[in-house]
Design a binder for this molecule. Structure first.
Ligand code: AMO
Length: 435
């Protein structure tokens, strides 16, 4: 493998000129001019030109020009400077190995000028991902995930993994995927919520998990997936939700900074990224309602903001210079049962919004078991379904809080991508289960 890929196109340097090198990749394009053919070979790093002369090596020439596009080859040959070639050099083949011949016709073009429908692209995701502008999204995603790990670890968080097969709802809602677990019914985890909280009773103090959320939400929107990924954080001995928001905004800033440093990918995507300043603006839920009221949108107190309200608020906040802002002090009934109340009506729950889209939500949690049972009942749930979770609150549970931050939502807002399905390799939505 190493031998085959010793030279990527962009890594070919001045020193390689007039030397024999080996390159390998996909045949993106073939131009056969009769006695000479130009083959554009694409690998992880970009494209390069193979120039084949018929009279020099007729067999190599014939093999190359008859290859279907997107076949995989390895080519050994002389690397020569060439002003006409797009990278300033070309490879004159001396040996070629056809590693895989592509079938024709291709279900999706890689360099086609006409943009294919998203469904066609997703049906043929393995080819779609060959496009540099699609790969760039996932290279940025990968770089930022590295930063999430580094940043949280540097701030004393341990990485954990909690079960994805669970016995009862982690969010209290009905959006559960039931599965058969031997003789019993079980569900796919909606989030690590109950487990990350249970870990606060252990002395770990600060944990994070990057994992899957499975949500059987029926609606098919451009912002929802049925399987999404998120970074979940939980931290103990907090004073209030402000401590959690502080960690979250610093994490977001570090993520945006790493993204802004991925110059090659940003150039491919034609994007520039501005690193946000912290602290982010905080507005209360009541403030949000007043702002919306002033702008002609009336929301009944206690209700969650609808998509249109969220967007309008996002536009207003952006005009005021705030792309990122927290909405704090949510009504208690708009937040899950584990959220710490403030009096009868309000809670220590918050959302982090970016340009009118919710990126994360979190809260200080209830750590008193009596209050927690009371809230579970008030939310119409049965405490018996939560007995193993509740047990962890009975023998010493510190005050704690945390958040869940959607990674696809983040990529969407970071790169201004219109549909969340483009931000995950193989999306799962209401109708899509393959590939
Ligand atoms: P919540 O349900 O708000 O909170 O989810 C947290 C974040 O995860 C992302 N997200 C989704 N992204 C795409 N498709 C979905 N269907 C989807 N559902 C959620 C969003 C959202 O802000 N346990 C709490 C978090 C906590 O309090 O720690 C929770 O799951 O970006």
């Amino acid at each position: 493998m190493d031998q085959l890929r010793t030279h990527y196109s962009k890594e070919v340097t001045e020193e390689d000129m007039d030397k024999t090198i080996t390159v390998a990749g996909w045949v993106e394009d073939i131009r056969n001019l009769g006695g000479i053919a130009f083959i554009i070979l694409r690998d992880k790093k970009g494209t390069l030109q193979i120039t084949s002369l018929k009279k020099q090596h007729p067999e190599i020439f014939n093999t190359l020009v008859s290859l279907p596009r997107e076949s995989v080859v390895s080519v050994r040959g002389l690397c020569k400077k060439s002003e006409k070639a797009r990278n300033g050099y070309e490879v004159i083949p001396e040996e070629i190995k056809v590693l895989s011949t592509a079938e024709t016709p291709l279900p999706l073009g890689v360099v086609d000028k006409v943009e294919a429908e998203l469904d066609t692209r997703l049906d043929n995701r393995f080819i779609d991902l060959r496009k540099p502008e699609v790969q760039a999204i996932f290279k940025i995603r990968s770089a930022v995930l590295g930063t999430i790990h580094n940043h949280l670890r540097a701030n004393g968080f341990e990485e954990v993994h909690t079960p994805k097969i669970i016995g009862s709802s982690s969010e209290g809602g009905t959006d559960l995927f039931p599965i058969k677990y031997f003789e019993r019914d079980a569900f796919l985890a909606q989030s690590p919520q109950l487990y990350k909280q249970m870990l606060m009773a252990t002395g770990f103090d600060r944990v994070y998990e990057i994992a899957w959320y499975f949500r059987a939400e029926e609606h098919n929107t451009r912002r929802h997936l049925n399987e999404s990924t998120a970074v979940d954080v939980e931290m103990a001995f907090i004073r209030d939700e402000e401590d959690v928001m502080h960690i979250l905004e610093k994490l977001v800033q570090a993520m945006w900074k790493t993204a802004s440093e991925q110059k090659e990918e940003l150039e491919i995507l034609g994007k520039e990224i501005k690193v946000p300043e912290v602290p982010f603006k905080r507005i209360t839920y009541d403030d949000a309602l007043s702002i919306l009221e002033e702008n002609g949108n009336h929301i009944k107190w206690g209700e969650d903001l609808g998509r249109e309200d969220e967007k309008l608020l996002g536009d207003i906040m952006k005009d005021k210079g705030y792309e990122f802002y927290f909405i704090t002090k949510y009504p208690l009934d708009a937040k899950p049962f584990y959220t710490m109340p403030v009096g009868d009506k309000y809670s220590k729950g918050f959302d982090l919004e970016c340009k009118g889209v919710e990126l994360a939500s979190g809260s200080q949690r209830i750590h008193d078991v009596t209050l927690l049972i009371d809230r579970i009942k008030k939310c119409g749930l049965n405490p018996d379904d939560f007995s193993s979770y509740l047990k962890s609150f009975r023998y010493g549970m510190p005050p704690h809080g945390g958040f869940g931050f959607g990674i696809e939502r983040f990529i969407m807002e970071l790169l201004d991508i219109n549909n969340i399905r483009e931000c995950i390799l193989f999306p799962r939505d209401r109708t899509r289960l393959t590939p």
